[in-house]
Design a binder for this molecule. Structure first.
Ligand SMILES: [Zn+2]
Length: 249
């Protein structure tokens, strides 16, 4: 849109149009100025809307759906369905990962479909810039939830683009019952306590089996788990990640 203005102004001068009245000339200039301001404004908005995703692509991160369009993505921090109850991702709507991590994720989805063709992986978080990590940290600092959120000073594996939060959906888009929602900060979300929860009836056999299915396909593709969140997986060892990649600010 910004290219229209100089052209139209320039062509009017070149063609030597008849002299207009002072009033109509002022009106014309005013209209053009308004268009110019509006075009700058829309460019600004457009720049904001695409800026972060474009810069991630330029940095070599991969949009996971470009590798496998059947992987579902619904970023929990792009809307208010998260532990903070508010959207903090701005215009980041897609799941970006480092290439090696994205390829492992596509492989996990292939494993899943080989076992259960009607199911798909649903990613609810991937690359998370450190600026967002700081917002999350400030929300939980000095509360019992603090242990569930990485200190931005050291960075989460999400900040490197090497971790995913993930679940499974059926062909209607319904999430499989895993016993807790993603981001449930409590003992029932902990992998290390699943045997106990199963025995005491807090976790049903079906919920347990659903978690096992998710873990099976993710670990077969090379991801590792953490003890306290069933939904969180990391593509490489933390040592390798810190030595190989930089944090996305
Ligand atoms: Zn996570």
């Amino acid at each position: 849109m910004s290219s229209i203005m100089p052209d139209s102004t320039g062509s009017a001068i070149k063609r030597g149009k008849p002299v207009k009245s002072q009033f109509s000339r002022s009106l014309h200039l005013f209209g053009n100025s308004l268009l110019f301001i509006l075009s700058l404004f829309s460019l600004h908005i457009y720049g904001l809307s695409s800026g972060i995703e474009e810069s991630l692509l330029e940095r070599g991160l991969i949009d996971v759906k470009s590798l496998d369009s059947t992987i579902e993505v619904e970023l929990k921090y792009a809307d208010s369905t998260n532990f903070m109850g508010k959207a903090v991702y701005g215009n980041l709507k897609r799941c970006f990962l480092r290439p090696g991590a994205a390829m492992k994720l596509a492989e996990a989805n292939r494993f899943l479909k080989r076992l259960r063709p009607e199911l798909s992986l649903l990613v609810v978080d991937g690359l998370r810039p450190r600026a967002i990590q700081k917002i999350m940290w400030d929300h939980v600092k000095d509360t019992p939830m603090q242990r569930y959120v990485a200190n931005p000073q050291w960075g989460s594996m999400h900040n490197y683009g090497c971790a995913v939060d993930i679940t499974i959906v059926d062909s209607n888009g319904n999430r499989l019952d895993m016993g807790t929602p993603v981001d449930h900060f409590g003992p029932l979300a902990q992998i290390q306590l699943e045997g106990y929860h199963l025995k005491t009836g807090k976790l049903t056999r079906k919920q347990f089996v659903n978690r096992l299915l998710l873990r099976k396909v993710m670990t077969e593709a090379g991801f590792s788990t953490i003890p306290i969140e069933w939904w969180h997986f990391e593509a490489f060892s933390r040592k390798h990640i810190r030595e190989t990649y930089s944090i996305v600010e």
